[in-house]
Design a protein around this ligand. Structure first.
Ligand code: DP6
Length: 330
């Protein structure tokens, strides 16, 4: 056995009810359940090859070699997989993203989901979807939600084994679109890992968590009945709640740029004019505009008329992470 390799493709996801804060930072056990949809236009394809002739792990992302913190994080994740598989081989990891990294589109979600699936396969592990999701969570929390397909619920769980994500509806349940308005390609300030640590320092965090059961059950109800106005109202309030916590955390983080605020107000104006669109935001300045398929073309052309929008990324609801033939030489 000199080389064992596998390739996996995973979609990023946008959370409607968000993960913000860990009750166990090391295991990435979140304080609350979260719910997301997978994004069709935001994928990571990763090839992992374990080989006897490597004496360190190697990482290439979009053709660029990475050392330092990025490689360390990947190596720590590979250690979990090596431990489970009972192997000691080092790995070469080659990854390609279909979207720019560090812009608030969660490359860590699709990245760690694809890495987990490819590395587990290459290491000879045969894991269930729930086991893969729980393992992906250890690399990046939101990656747990990029293993299953469609609309996905991540159970906060009581420990490592039962904190995993599962599909609650397939992509066909509802043709929602996430049109991401990219207003800045610059790398964001406080990364989400540090953001999770800062949340507990916010006096608003306890209030956010106290409202969470109600937030989740009403959003799930609106998702089940495809009630967009109700869904959208909960969506916006939930994103603003996360940002209120971030803005008052220790350290505090303000992720918005003037264009972020302009777009949030624009969504309200569009609704007043009869275009049904609502926003959500991750830990970055870009705005995710959520609408139904029938309104996507109108929304995209309205966005193209705004000079402060640098680019748009139009997503449908996507399926689960999956293995693929290896095209790269790992
Ligand atoms: C705002 O999953 O990126 O996008 O576990 O430290 O990698 P780490 O954090 P990450 O946090 C995502 C935060 C969020 C909300 C969400 O996706 O639920």
């Amino acid at each position: 056995m000199s080389r064992q390799q596998a390739t996996a493709i995973a979609h990023s996801n946008i959370a409607f009810v968000k993960y913000w804060g860990n009750r166990d930072q090391q295991l990435r056990l979140p304080y609350n359940d979260s719910l997301s949809m997978n994004l069709s236009a935001a994928t990571t394809t990763t090839t992992v090859g374990f080989a006897e002739d490597l004496n360190t792990d190697r990482l290439t992302i979009d053709g660029e070699k990475h050392i330092g913190p990025a490689l360390d994080r990947v190596s720590r994740h590979l250690d979990l997989i090596r431990l489970r598989a009972g192997i000691r081989l080092r790995a070469s990891v080659q990854s390609r993203n279909s979207f720019p990294m560090g812009t608030g589109i969660a490359s860590s979600a699709s990245g760690f989901a694809a890495l987990t699936m490819a590395a587990a396969q290459a290491a000879g592990l045969r894991l269930t979807e729930a086991e893969l999701s729980a393992l992906a969570r250890r690399g990046s929390g939101s990656a747990a939600r990029s293993i299953p397909g469609g609309y996905v619920l991540w159970h906060a769980g009581s420990g490592d084994r039962d904190s995993y994500a599962e599909s609650v509806f397939p992509p066909e349940h509802w043709d929602l679109r996430d049109i991401v308005a990219i207003v800045s390609r610059r790398h964001k300030g406080l990364g989400s890992s540090d953001g999770h640590g800062a949340a507990e320092g916010s006096p608003l965090f306890a209030g956010r968590l106290a409202a969470m059961a109600e937030t989740m059950s009403s959003l799930r109800g609106a998702l089940a009945s495809r009630d967009l106005p109700r869904f959208g109202a909960i969506l916006e309030a939930e994103a603003l709640s996360l940002h209120a916590v971030a803005m008052t955390g220790r350290p505090a983080a303000l992720y918005w740029s003037p264009a972020t605020v302009a777009l949030m107000q624009q969504a309200h104006a569009w609704r007043a004019e009869g275009l049904p669109v609502w926003f959500t935001l991750d830990a970055g300045p870009n705005v995710h505009l959520i609408c139904e398929g029938k309104d996507a073309t109108a929304l995209e052309s309205a966005l193209r008329n705004l000079d402060y929008v640098e680019a748009i990324l139009a997503n449908r609801v996507a399926g689960a992470a999956h293995l693929a033939p290896t095209l790269l030489t790992a």
